[in-house]
Design a protein around this ligand. Structure first.
Ligand SMILES: N[C@@H](CCC(=O)N[C@@H](CS)C(=O)NCC(=O)O)C(=O)O
Length: 200
């Protein structure tokens, strides 16, 4: 399996999950904004030109973070990362996954665009702040989103919440989230991921 990633991008979530699960994964670093990779282009592998992109050993290519994360969790069925088989727990996890993908991850969208006017960026930060209020209230003392069990949700939320540093949002306004980020960061697999991405 090969994971196309960019340092500190949302591809950090499957990168963390692969390491947490001890999966054998090869990394291909994509240069942004050129999207060049291994002498070619990310578009050669994924016409959407986005990371994460996961190339499976049989040549199939999977895209979309929320799907790649579920795929990896299914490969790690024997581990803490296993998805609940059925019942409300499964749908609760999917509900969170959708929230992280569509509200948190994509909530940052306008902040990445240099053409976004300053007032719109300010409104975006405010809207994100409301999502952070909600997330902080739900996590409480956690230690993780689902309580005791570290899951794909934490890998994804961790990657995305760290963008607050890039976009001038002071995470200290949410002490519960700041503490949560520290807990996730302390996990050996997360440290290994950050090292591999050249971030520490
Ligand atoms: N819908 C995709 C979006 C992934 C995404 O936003 N990736 C960003 C990095 S965090 C990216 O590659 N952006 C480059 C682009 O879309 O041009 C998913 O959920 O995986």
């Amino acid at each position: 399996m090969k994971l196309y990633y960019a340092p500190a991008a949302c591809s950090q979530a499957p990168h963390i999950v692969a390491r947490e699960a001890g999966l054998d994964i090869e990394l291909a670093k994509v240069e942004f904004p050129s999207k060049s990779v291994e002498g070619g282009s990310l578009y050669d592998v994924n016409p959407k030109g986005a990371v994460p992109t996961l190339k499976l050993d049989d040549g199939d290519v999977l895209t979309e973070n929320a799907v790649i994360l579920q795929y990896l969790a299914d490969l790690a069925r024997q581990s803490e990362l296993a998805l609940p088989e059925a019942g409300i727990e499964r749908y609760r996890l999917l509900e969170w996954l959708n929230f992280i993908a569509t509200e948190l991850h994509k909530g940052f969208g306008p902040l990445w665009n240099p053409a976004t006017p300053a007032e719109y960026k300010a409104a975006t930060r405010e809207a994100l702040g409301k999502k952070f209020d909600y997330l902080q209230g739900e996590i409480g003392d956690g230690p993780y989103i689902l309580g005791d069990r570290f899951s794909i949700l934490d890998a994804y939320a961790f990657a995305v919440l760290n963008w607050t540093r890039i976009h001038d949002i002071d995470i200290a306004r949410w002490p519960g989230l700041a503490a949560y980020l520290q807990r996730v960061a302390a996990r050996p697999a997360v440290q290994a991921t950050l090292r591999a991405e050249g971030l520490i």
